[in-house]
Design a protein around this ligand. Sequence first.
Ligand code: SAM
Ligand code: SF4
Ligand code: SF4
Length: 338
Amino acid sequence: MSPNVASDRFDRPLKDLRVSVTDRCNFRCVYCMPKEVFNKNYTFLPKAELLSFEEIERVVRAGADLGVTKIRLTGGEPLIRRDLEVLISQIRAVPGITDLSMTTNASLLTRNRARSLRDAGLQRLNVSLDAMDDDTFKAVNDVDVTVQTVLDGIDHAAQANFESVKINMVVKKGLNDHSILPMARFFHGTGHILRFIEFMDVGNSNAWDLSHVTTSQEIADLINANLPIRPAKANYRGEVAKRWEYCDGGGEIGIISSVSDPFCGDCSRARLSATGSIYTCLFASSGYDMRPALRSGDVNAVREALNRLWSIRGDRYSETRTQVSIIRPKVEMSFIGG
Ligand code: SAM
Ligand code: SF4
Ligand code: SF4
């Protein structure tokens, strides 16, 4: 481990950095970028304001010096960012980074793109898919993309030999909770781990309400009644998804209880926005602008700023959201990534 490992006020190390490479997306998922907000009147970031790959690499290098081993590329839709393969190979060359993954809606994941991402050094992929039927999926993405488009992307990823291809399904009650079982049945036995994510109150645009959350327990009970499952051991401390395995050997699923059973105690994640701000919590109202340190061109300055920021971190939003009613502005998920 790095001798300079960063640790926050609750002794949580910094291990994970999520890098948003763009705030733009070709989907308008109703729980993330609803059209009422993200329409032609919405101002996305001008290209000139996005961090360059060199700047992103500098933050990754500083993070690695402080103990970061995992990088996840996200957005917005990361595949919209040009030449992502260049960034991927730059990050892979940073000593200490052992796990490089990306979260994508896979709609732009052609066979060639999957191969070039893999060749550049991307190790794992998480693909978001929220339903198995077009009516529901289109009601979620709101831009008429079909389920088959995403399934093709998943096939391309499988053929490109990523170390793993996981599927993420956000469950919003009344929107797509009827798709839990069809999704479980479809991915059962395929080798792709399906992970169910409770609908979260990220950002200010998605009109979140506790009554729209299908809890982990409800998800597990529903699946268990149809495809029996039993709990499986966590792979490592701080694993976000609770693992379950099918009793018939059909593989495993994961359930992420961000709302009903939060996991802030082990949270070792920081997020870098596309404009160079660091957020120490998904639910933060503001980030810390790294650009002044980045512009100095000196990795030491970036490392010191990151270390200072992490050392005063006391975030545990998910553990407190139900104790007090917190009404404050929060950053949008499409801005800092999931
Ligand atoms: N566009 C890419 C995608 O959808 O995979 C990457 C960015 S997206 C913000 C990352 C993840 O956040 C996706 O799996 C998405 O489903 C999830 N997400 C977005 N809004 C959410 C919400 N309100 N609650 C839970 N998960 C959410
Ligand atoms: Fe785009 Fe991903 Fe948000 Fe959907 S969840 S709108 S695909 S960024
Ligand atoms: Fe981490 Fe914040 Fe989520 Fe808690 S609420 S798990 S501190 S990102």
